[in-house]
Design a protein around this ligand. Structure first.
Ligand SMILES: [Fe+2]
Length: 286
C-alpha cells in the first residue's frame, strides 16, 4: 500500500526490523529492502515516489501514493496487512444540501470497500506462492479472481477517501495558485465547472477526477467507470467527484445536476490546493 506523498512504502512493525516473510526469498533483491529504525521500507530504489505493496509484490504492482489509506498489521509474523477505515463523522450534518442520512449511508458504503480489500488480501495471502499459478485461470481460478477484483475495493477505498477529504469547504473559493492552474487548463473557472458537469453527466457509476498530468503539467478531468476502468496513468489526483447514484439518490433522486451544485458548494478547496502543491513539488523534484 502506498502512503502519503513522501513516497515510500513504510509498514510499521513495532519491534521488528525483518522484511516480511517471503520477500527476500521470493525476490532475492536485498538491495531493495531498506531497513530503518523501527520501520521497514520497500522503497526499492525502483522509482522515486513509488513503492511495492507487501501483498502485491508478487506482481511488483506499483501504485501512486494514496491520500490517506492507513494500515495496521497483525502481530503475527506474516500476518495480513489491513487498511483501517478513516472517520468522517464530522461531515454528517455539516454539508450544505446533504442530509445526515445521505452521508451516513455513503460512509457505510465506503467502509464496505475497506472491509472487502482487507478480505481479498487476506485470502490472497493464504495462497502460498508455490500454489498461485495453479489457482490462476482465465475462466476461473481462486487466485486470479481475487486478483481481478483487487483494484475495485482498493480504488473504492482510495477514491472515497479522496472524495470525503475534499468535502467540507462551505462555499470557499479556490485560491490564487489553484485558480491559475484551472484557468490555464480550462480557460476560466466557469469553463472548468462546465467541463466537470459534462464529464459527470456521462460518468454513470463512476467518478470524475481532477488531475494534474505529470507530462504536460496541466489539469485534466479523468472519467472513471466503476472504480478502476478508464483511469489515466501518470496523473496526480486533486479532486474526486463521486458520480455513482448512491452518492446522491437519497437527497436528490435522479437530479444529478442539483447534486453537482451541492457538491461544488461543499468542495474543500484548501485540500485541493494542498494536493496541487504537493503534486507540483513532486513534478519539479522528478
Ligand atoms: Fe460512493
Amino acid at each position: 500500500m502506498g502512503v502519503l506523498p513522501g513516497n515510500r512504502v513504510v509498514f510499521d512493525r513495532p519491534g521488528g526490523l525483518r522484511p516480511p516473510v517471503g520477500f527476500v526469498r521470493n525476490f532475492a533483491q536485498p538491495e531493495a529492502v531498506l531497513l530503518r529504525s523501527q520501520t521497514i521500507s520497500w522503497a526499492a530504489g525502483l522509482q522515486r515516489g513509488r513503492g511495492v505493496s507487501r501483498t502485491s509484490f508478487a506482481t511488483l504492482a506499483f501504485f501512486d501514493a494514496p491520500p490517506g489509506l492507513r494500515r495496521t498489521e497483525s502481530a503475527v509474523e506474516g500476518g495480513t496487512m489491513t487498511i483501517e477505515a478513516k472517520k468522517y463523522d464530522d461531515l454528517v450534518g455539516n454539508l450544505e444540501g446533504f442530509s445526515p442520512k445521505q452521508i451516513e449511508q455513503h460512509i457505510k458504503l465506503y467502509q464496505g470497500y475497506v472491509k472487502k480489500i482487507n478480505e481479498i488480501r487476506a485470502e490472497m495471502e493464504k495462497i502460498p506462492f508455490g500454489e498461485r499459478k495453479d489457482k490462476a485461470n482465465f475462466s476461473f481460478g481462486k487466485y486470479s479472481e481475487l486478483k481481478r477484483r483487487e483494484s475495485v475495493p482498493y480504488n473504492g477505498t482510495y477514491l472515497h477517501e479522496m472524495y470525503f477529504d475534499n468535502l467540507g469547504g462551505s462555499r470557499a473559493k479556490p485560491k490564487a495558485d489553484l485558480t491559475r492552474a484551472i484557468e490555464g487548463a480550462f480557460g476560466s473557472q466557469s469553463n472548468w465547472e462546465e467541463d466537470l458537469r459534462a464529464c459527470a453527466e456521462t460518468a454513470t457509476g463512476g467518478w470524475v477526477l481532477l488531475t494534474y498530468d505529470r507530462i504536460d503539467e496541466k489539469l485534466h478531468h479523468n472519467q472513471v467507470w466503476e472504480h478502476s476502468n478508464g483511469i489515466m496513468l501518470n496523473q496526480e489526483h486533486l479532486l474526486a467527484l463521486d458520480t455513482w447514484e448512491h452518492a446522491f439518490m437519497i437527497d436528490f433522486g435522479t437530479d444529478k445536476k442539483s447534486y453537482l451544485t451541492a457538491f461544488l458548494a461543499n468542495v474543500n478547496w484548501k485540500v485541493v490546493a494542498e494536493r496541487l502543491d504537493k503534486a507540483t513539488q513532486r513534478a519539479r523534484a522528478a
